[in-house]
Design a protein around this ligand. Structure first.
Ligand code: AMP
Length: 194
């Protein structure tokens, strides 16, 4: 089963598509955002530090997230991993490449969800409103102010990864503004030829 990276700014729909791939193909979502949210509720010193950084919309250190991913990758092969929200820096991308090599796995595709910034802010507000309406906890970083910082971090540190993977011949760009089902179908097409 293929290993893929879902690349795209916050709110692009990476998590939604990763969940579908889990349900439909039995792939395993590795979301560093989810892992970090779990760490922050643990009450440890590391958790407290992580919470502070996340609430500001900044990136936590490469060492922390690489450590989290390493733990998962060395737990053995799977039905294919979906890297969601990782890598977010060139250093993380290099580390992932080395880890896959070391564990005898390969990267099959990097799928970039290409989206429009203005629409993203609206999406994030909707995501917070929906969670509130459903009585679910609202992510502290899902508000327009912190979102602007998250987006800046994305363009500064993560967007260059599109060029990095393009140069390796791994990049597949799809329209992330299309309906959820249409995006899923585009991803399926990439996976079926991987
Ligand atoms: P996400 O759920 O992917 O939007 O991530 C939420 C927050 O967790 C981000 O704004 C960062 O503070 C942190 N985070 C998640 N993944 C990473 C990563 N790969 N590198 C650094 N920070 C991360």
């Amino acid at each position: 089963m293929p290993n893929i990276i879902l690349l795209g700014p916050p709110g692009a729909g990476k998590g939604t598509q990763a969940k579908r791939l889990e349900d439909e193909r039995g792939m395993v979502q590795l979301s560093t955002g989810d892992m970090l949210r779990a760490a922050r509720t643990s009450g440890t010193e590391m958790g407290k530090k992580v919470a502070e950084i996340m609430d500001k919309g900044q990136l936590v250190t490469d060492e922390i997230v690489i450590g989290l991913i390493e733990e998962k990758l060395t737990q053995g092969a799977s039905a294919g991993f979906i890297f969601d929200g990782f890598p977010r820096t060139l250093k993380q991308a290099d580390a992932l490449g080395a880890l896959l090599l070391r564990t005898g796995q390969r990267l099959d595709a990097v799928i970039e969800l290409v989206v429009d910034d203005t629409a993203l802010v609206a999406r994030i507000v909707t995501r917070a409103d929906e969670a509130r309406a459903a009585g679910l906890p609202v992510r502290a970083d899902d508000n327009p102010e912190v979102f602007a910082d998250r987006l800046r971090e994305y363009y500064k540190k993560t967007a260059p990864l599109a060029g990095y993977y393009y140069a390796k011949g791994d990049l597949e760009q799809i329209d992330g503004m299309a309906a959820v089902d249409t995006v899923a179908a585009s991803i399926a097409k990439v996976l079926d030829k991987a």
